[in-house]
Design a protein around this ligand. Structure first.
Ligand SMILES: Nc1ncnc2c1ncn2[C@@H]1O[C@H](COP(=O)(O)OP(=O)(O)OP(=O)(O)O)[C@@H](O)[C@H]1O
Ligand SMILES: [Mg+2]
Length: 474
């Protein structure tokens, strides 16, 4: 986390990214610097903090070479709120397109989720205690007149209960009830009752039926959302009885109890701060809103309009969200595009100036493909191995097979269309299609499937040779 004393150094950030992304060292270095810079800023003297602007990054590279992946992993490493938008989306709706401020509202939403999650984690054990009380109440309801969930384990000694009960209740009943509850509490704690069914009250989600239309009323998205939420919270919360096992009840109730323990106002404040200082907004397809020639008419006008709309947000402005005002001055923006037709210099100068760091991503080679198949933590081969492992089938890939696969993907990319590493997905799914279908019906548990070079050739080679076929299938 950004405000902790220890935060990953640039080299450590690159090392983390290396676990998922092959190659692209220049891009990794630069995003690592940008991330570390934010930590540096927060540790700079207060009067300087305001002055230090983030160095937004423009990533240039063709499709499927890792642009989005780098940004996404970066956010995960930083444990930072992250949102991805497509610049071209903003033109679709009309002249001005979708309201560009929505990206900041999305970011605020992400930040709130993140903070909520962290806080829930922090109150987990306290919530677990409350859950245990609630389950116990459902199992052995406390006798009327005696506080239920407020009784902490051991909080009410047996000896002390004499005369504590209501007049019409012999203290022995009370004592019995208490003793039974304690016995069941112990059973619960030992996990002996997990399969038993109990009735619990669960809250119905949200408040369906309230839908407001913006537009005509002249409401912007933020106030519309706020209004909807307000109406939602005014409606009585519906609860519903459900019969579930204790194990399930634990899961359901834990979330509810944890939510009760966290202060939403504090969450909102912290989330806003987090979004402002640590948020990352990824603007994809920025090249699609760059005008490719000097002829500024027709669709180009609206493209430039989108850039002009983006500008204040990237330069720093205050955006109202339903959680509060988010200042965008220190949000890190990473823009990306292929820039095949247009060039970064086709962006309006003000926007160019806001993305001073340019990194070019390399086209992936056959060797890169081979490593992408094999090395990343989430490598495709590892994903399929895990899928089949669930069926107790062992799947292994010969190195020669992976080389062959990489070669095929590369060939199809150069002959049909270059879609980068995404090609590996289609090639791999084609290769394994029959196997995935035959397990477990024809290939039973404990089988071992070894993917050899021959198997790859047999299943894919013909398709590669036949251009028409590979166009549709690979
Ligand atoms: N260098 C790489 N190392 C590992 N995996 C990669 C790499 N490049 C791409 N991939 C894989 O390919 C997929 C697509 O990559 P990504 O989404 O980053 O493409 P992109 O560069 O953002 O393309 P686009 O311009 O189309 O948005 C990812 O899911 C990732 O698994
Ligand atoms: Mg992308």
């Amino acid at each position: 986390m950004l405000d902790s004393a220890t935060f990953l150094t640039p080299a450590q950030i690159v090392a983390e990214l290396d676990k998922y992304i092959i190659g692209q060292h220049d891009a990794k270095r630069n995003v690592a610097i940008a991330l570390r810079n934010r930590w540096r800023r927060l540790h700079a003297p207060a009067d300087m903090q305001r002055e230090i602007v983030p160095n937004n990054i423009l990533m240039i590279g063709s499709t499927g070479v890792g642009k989005t992946e780098i940004a996404r992993r970066l956010a995960a490493i930083a444990d930072a709120p992250f949102t991805k938008v497509e610049a071209s989306k903003f033109t679709e709706v009309g002249y001005v397109g979708r309201d560009v401020e929505s990206m900041v509202r999305d970011l605020a939403e992400q930040a709130v989720n993140l903070v909520k999650q962290r806080r829930k984690e922090a109150v987990k054990s306290q919530a677990a205690q409350a859950v245990e009380d609630a389950i116990l109440d459902a199992l052995i309801p406390p006798l009327p007149g005696v506080g239920s969930s407020v009784v902490k384990p051991g909080g009410l000694g047996f000896g002390g209960s004499t005369g504590a009960g209501p007049d019409d209740m012999p203290s022995s009943d009370l004592e019995l009830n208490e003793r039974t509850r304690e016995r069941f509490r112990e059973k619960l704690q030992r996990g002996e009752l997990e399969e038993r069914f109990i009735d619990i009250k669960v809250q119905q989600g949200g408040s369906p039926g309230i839908g407001l239309m913006g537009g005509q009323a002249g409401l912007d998205e933020a106030s519309l959302q706020g209004l909807q939420d307000m109406l939602g919270s005014m409606m009585p919360k519906k609860t519903r009885k459900r019969k579930v096992t204790i194990a399930e009840a634990r899961k359901i109730l834990l979330d509810e109890e944890a939510a009760k323990l966290i202060d939403m106002d504090e969450v909102k404040d912290e989330a806003i701060r987090l979004a402002e200082n640590a948020g990352i907004i990824f603007i994809d397809e920025i090249d699609k809103v760059a005008s490719s020639n000097a002829n500024k008419s027709g669709p180009d006008v609206s493209r430039e309009g989108v850039q002009r709309d983006l500008l204040p947000i990237v330069e720093g402005s205050a955006v109202t969200t339903k959680y509060g005002v988010v200042n965008t001055d220190h949000i890190l923006f990473i823009a990306a595009g292929a820039f095949h037709v247009s060039k970064p210099s086709d962006l309006i100068p003000e926007l160019q100036g806001r993305f001073p760091i340019r990194v070019e991503l390399q086209s992936l080679t056959k060797e890169d493909f081979y490593r992408i198949l094999k090395d990343p933590k989430n490598a495709l081969t590892k994903q399929y191995e895990a899928l089949l492992k669930a069926e107790d089938v062992e799947l292994t890939f010969d190195d020669a097979a992976l080389e062959q696969l990489a070669g095929i993907a590369f060939e199809v990319n150069s002959e049909v269309e270059n879609i980068g590493a995404r090609r590996l997905h289609t090639v791999m799914s084609r290769l394994l299609n029959d196997i995935l279908f035959d397990v477990p019906d024809r290939i039973g548990p404990n089988a071992h499937i070894q993917v050899t070079r021959e198997l790859v050739e047999q299943r894919l080679q013909g398709m590669v040779r036949n251009r028409d076929l590979s166009q549709y299938i690979l």
